[in-house]
Design a protein around this ligand. Structure first.
Ligand SMILES: [Fe+2]
Length: 331
């Protein structure tokens, strides 16, 4: 089957296109520590605490992703070329515990990026055989003032109340050709929050807004980074219309069985896919007096009612020099 054949999945007003990949033309390889070209700083917090169980205490120290430098310019340019677009792919398993890496041919453009991650993992991660690796590839035009992937401040791989005991934390490699992700390199204090009750992502919004986004750090176009589940981040709006391809390579010990995730025919597996959203947890804001834009989901207006169409609410993170509140209510 060709990747242009797609399944559609939709729930809670969210629409997903699930690409159908072929076994034919699949690319297989192993990570190789000897082939790693990245200079490693083993004292970097993301690398020093790799493989530790998820622990909220790590939010208390400002945490910057580990930079792996820039991709070759021609590869960054290819990611920005709509003629080379790849099927939109969410959390496709490309490695199982103990397996090699297996990449569908339609995603061949990503191979050198996946190899960079795989080779570095082979060097720095003694527990690599316990992990799945999931690949997200999301390419598309981003319009002025809008985000490709709308979300509050968040981390990837947060382990909330459902996860007892906690397991090894997520770490993820990301890169985009344009409009890089913003990271908030500041301490976060969640001591008074209850993970069964409070929405931690809304609280991240609030603490970033309290500091007027002063500690935002943004990598360069084409700069690949390694973050972990304590690196708070958010997509940023673009000032020019641009074709953006975002690539994320996530290492996780857990199964990602969320409805909407892509299936890899290069592995034999059959996971029942589950509708799962943070909305289902009915969490509330820790500070219910904060700016309403900081404590709603992007698909809600600041008053909590649903947006129509594709409008989204952006949290007002109060970056210096910005004009008043953005309520995103443009319809
Ligand atoms: Fe993220």
């Amino acid at each position: 089957m060709d990747a242009s054949n797609v399944d559609q999945a939709a729930y809670r007003g969210k629409h997903f296109t699930i690409p159908a990949f072929s076994k034919r033309g699949g690319i297989r390889f192993h990570g190789s520590a000897k082939s790693n070209i990245i200079q490693v700083d083993r004292s970097h917090p993301v690398i020093a605490t790799l493989n530790q169980p998820f622990d909220l205490k790590h939010f208390k120290a400002a945490r910057r992703p580990f930079s792996m430098g820039k991709l070759p310019p021609e590869l960054t340019a290819a990611l920005g070329d709509p003629a080379l677009s790849m099927p939109r792919t969410l959390d496709l398993p490309v490695k199982f515990p103990g397996s090699d890496y297996r990449l569908p041919g339609k995603l061949a453009l990503v191979e050198p990026i996946l190899r960079r991650a795989a080779n570095l993992e082979a060097l720095i991660n003694p527990c690599i055989d316990e992990y799945y690796c999931y690949l997200t590839v999301d390419g598309g035009w981003v319009e002025v003032g809008l985000l490709q992937r709308e979300a509050p401040c968040h981390v990837d791989g947060f382990q909330g109340a459902r996860w007892i005991p906690k397991v090894r934390g997520n770490h993820s490699y990301t890169v985009s050709n344009a409009v890089p992700t913003g990271y908030y390199v500041q301490p976060f204090d969640f001591d008074r929050l209850d993970e069964a009750k409070h929405n931690f992502f809304w609280e991240m919004n609030r603490q970033v807004a309290l500091s007027n986004s002063e500690f935002e750090w943004t990598p360069e176009d084409g700069e690949m980074t390694l973050m972990d589940c304590y690196c708070v981040h958010r997509g940023k709006p673009t000032s020019i219309r641009v074709w953006r391809t975002f690539v994320r390579i996530s290492f996780e010990v857990r199964i990602f069985d969320r409805l909407g995730n892509a299936h890899n025919p290069l592995f034999a597996y059959d996971w029942p896919m589950v509708k799962r959203d943070i909305e289902d947890l009915n969490l509330v804001a820790f500070d219910e007096t904060s700016d309403p834009s900081l404590r709603v989901f992007p698909h809600q207006r600041p008053d909590g009612t649903a947006h129509e169409g594709r409008n989204k609410t952006q949290p007002n993170l109060r970056p210096r020099g910005a004009s008043a509140v953005t309520d995103g209510n443009k319809e």
